[in-house]
Design a protein around this ligand. Structure first.
Ligand SMILES: [Zn+2]
Ligand SMILES: [Zn+2]
Length: 258
């Protein structure tokens, strides 16, 4: 990955006001500081797989380019692929028919988000298709499958809570290949906020102050400054006995993953 050089935009507003009092020997000079806006690449991006993703600043935005391919084992690779593993939780007959490496499909995509995202005035619902990019390189999806709840497709999900729809390999559930009941970074949602596992580094356990999206403001392992981020909500999803990755709504403004 080529991390582009951190760009700094320093806006220096210096307001100097003089007040003179003729009767006084004291002239006062006050220098009002200084607003510095610094655009840097958030340190959490270092967790993304450097083979599958390419992440860089572009003005005040971050561009995340990905191959769309998971960097870990799954039965959704073809049997000849080095990352192929025989199905365990999922039986072969329940798997969807497509395989990642033989689909003939270009899975690459790009997401551009603000380097310093902020909450929108109102929330918005997630939609079908990619709603974010995982640290593995593959895509994050919500709790819906073909405009219905995930139940009917739950049997096709692999150990990492992922499968191939007609399109790309994507996660619906806690992605056990890289986050298993822990505080690890899972990826980035398309509104620019990061999503972490079920635990929060700020307390070492399950957060108790989450909003309806699984979000809250606290420090993480990636920042000493409290900031808004999502978690996988620690509530079992009935038909899977597992945890939904992200059902929304977006708290920020979603951007296209395409
Ligand atoms: Zn799906
Ligand atoms: Zn947290």
């Amino acid at each position: 990955m080529r991390f582009k050089i951190v760009k700094k935009i320093a806006l220096l507003a210096v307001i100097i006001s003089y007040s003179f009092a003729c009767s006084s020997s004291e002239g006062t000079t006050s220098v009002e500081e200084i607003e510095e806006v610094e655009v840097t690449l958030h340190s959490a991006f270092a967790e993304f797989d450097t083979t599958e993703t390419d992440i860089y600043l572009q003005g005040s935005n971050v561009v995340i380019e990905t191959t769309g391919l998971p960097n870990h084992k799954t039965p959704y690779w073809s049997e000849n692929h080095p990352l192929y593993v025989a199905p365990t939780v999922t039986s072969t007959d329940k798997m969807t028919p497509t395989r990642i490496d033989t689909s003939g499909r270009d899975n690459s995509a790009s997401l551009t988000v603000p380097a310093n995202p902020s909450k929108a005035n109102s929330t918005s619902n997630t939609q079908l298709g990619a709603i974010g990019i995982a640290i593995s390189g593959a895509f994050l999806y919500n709790d819906q499958e073909g405009n219905g709840p995930l139940d009917s497709a739950a049997g096709s999900l692999d150990y990492s809570g992922a499968h191939i729809g007609p399109s790309d390999y994507h996660y619906h559930l806690e992605p056990l290949a890289f986050s298993d009941d822990d505080d690890k970074l899972n990826g980035i949602i398309s509104d620019g906020f990061f999503i972490y596992g079920r635990k929060c580094n700020s307390t070492g356990t399950y957060p108790t102050d989450l909003d309806s999206s699984g979000g809250h403001i606290s420090t993480t392992q990636h920042t000493d400054i409290a900031e808004y981020h999502y978690h996988i909500i620690n509530e079992l999803y009935a038909s899977t006995g597992r945890y939904i990755l992200f059902a929304g709504p977006y708290q920020g403004t979603p951007n296209a993953v395409n």
